[in-house]
Design a protein around this ligand. Sequence first.
Ligand code: 8YV
Length: 323
Amino acid sequence: MAKPKVLVTRRWPAAVEAQLSEKFDAVLNTNDVPLGETEIQDALKTYDAVLPTVTDKVSARALDVTKPQTKILANYGVGFSHIDMGRVADHGMTVTNTPDVLSECTADIAMTLLLMVARRASEGERELRAGNWSGWRPTHLVGTKVSGKTIGIVGFGRIGQEMARRAHHGFGMNVVVYNRSRVPEGVLAQYGATQVDTLDELMPLCDFVSLHCPGGTANRHLINTRRLNLMKPDAFLINTARGEVIDELALTRALWFETIGGAALDVFDGEPNINPELLDCDNLVMLPHLGSATREAREAMGFRVLDNLSDFFEGRTPRDRVN
Ligand code: 8YV
């Protein structure tokens, strides 16, 4: 039997690409240029499986294909808000993602951002590299203590829980959770966490608010001017979820007028384009979407996609099917 035709839309770790080429009739993207909407549309007409990443907008327009050849979108990454799930359902396509294997590394980046913004690490490095450090003094770049403070976690899935583990067991933080569904008491107890019913209740309680919910239209601008105004004036906002969850214009205003202490972002609305106003905010730390960027996580994500493809083409329900 002919091997399934598989399109890999970006460069993946070499070990994973090797296995993909061995097991499937795989086309790799050796020059790593992201696909446009028309190219995604063409791919859906040609390949049995397409393996997108966050940079591939599998939009309603891209999915506007009669009788697509593609039966499975095996996404590389846990978030899949770049895929129009309604249109996918019309075609009866299967969608899978790669949970678990990136939770720890993504929480590590969230904690990195939290520490960087609280301790003014980016400001310090910018000053030093610019040759502007005049030497130690008691009042120089004084930040905020992290240990023992209160952190609010928005979205208590796998990554949110890993963040809570680091915050509570590593830094003795008090953990407050907002989650769409009720979290079992036994799970909350592992992190000494308390769940509140609404996001509005959570915001004023926290010294740090860390976002771990999905993106997409449902959570677009979940953090808006009104909710930013509910934060303590010296509190910090951390985002490793999706850029659209924050109204960036509202955030730049809050940072500029110092109605909050600062923010730290790994994801941006419309990335890799960055709203220029964000660049002018000193009390803002920015990383270029590094959440899962470790060798270990990126390989494990790839092998998880391979597992999902093998399940699918061998007639089993893929372990990470999301629809
Ligand atoms: C991935 C992420 O690197 O998994 C996710 O949802 O945001 C990142 O960690 C990226 O999405 C790969 O497609």
